[in-house]
Design a binder for this molecule. Structure first.
Ligand code: GRF
Length: 201
């Protein structure tokens, strides 16, 4: 399967996918391009080090959000992905992107959805006093972190946790969960029925 990965930051989830694919000839997927909504991020450097094509689609370069969404969809479609993976991509895509990639667009979120959706899931879980949190890999729908859940991993919250310390511990689980989930979807195929995702049946 052909993967396009979208990033906005350090790209350690992208790196985990690249390393897993390098290490396993039977992984069943390869990253064909990496896209971002901003320049100058480590995620794009990781892609360039891996010799991958990259594209940057910035909101401020477009007249409005819909134009940005269309440009992102077209830049992504140019690489004919089978599956698009949002790995720390910090923008909400719109109708155009979902029209083309809905049902084959997965996101990883650093909390146990439906708890703590949005851009500050780690901070919100900590502030709430949750005793466990974790990460979720889900299909993207037209909501914010509301699409069908594919896989989740649990991480304990420690009394002395800071947001960064907790997020780093979550990311250790998240990187493994994303690699395992993307590999399963690519190798075994999947069916989405309402909120249920059936992999490989
Ligand atoms: C991940 O925890 C992702 O869930 C969240 O931001 C982090 C991105 O990390 N949205 P990286 O860029 O993959 O290192």
């Amino acid at each position: 399967a052909r993967l396009v990965v979208l990033v906005s930051g350090s790209g350690t989830n992208l790196q985990a996918l690249l390393d897993a694919i390098d290490a396993d000839p039977d992984f069943g997927a390869r990253v064909v391009a990496v896209g971002a909504d901003r320049d100058g991020i480590a995620g794009l450097e990781r892609a360039e080090r891996a010799g991958l094509p990259t594209f940057v689609v910035r909101v401020k370069d477009h007249t409005d959000r819909a134009a940005w969404d269309l440009a992102l969809a077209e830049a992504t479609a140019a690489h004919t992905p089978d599956l698009v993976v949002s790995a720390g991509f910090m923008k909400i895509v719109g109708k155009e992107f979902l029209a083309r990639f809905g049902g084959r667009f997965v996101n990883t979120h650093p909390a146990l959805l439906p708890s703590f959706p949005g851009a500050h899931g780690v901070r919100d879980a900590l502030a709430y006093g949750a005793k466990v949190t974790g990460c979720t890999v889900h299909f993207v729908d037209d909501g914010v972190d509301t699409g069908p859940v594919i896989a989740q991993g649990v991480v304990e919250v420690r009394p002395d946790d800071t947001e960064d310390a907790l997020h780093e511990r979550i990311k250790e689980v998240e990187r493994r969960l994303l690699v395992e989930t993307v590999g399963r979807l690519a190798r075994h195929g999947y069916r989405i029925e309402g909120r249920k995702v059936h992999v490989g049946e």
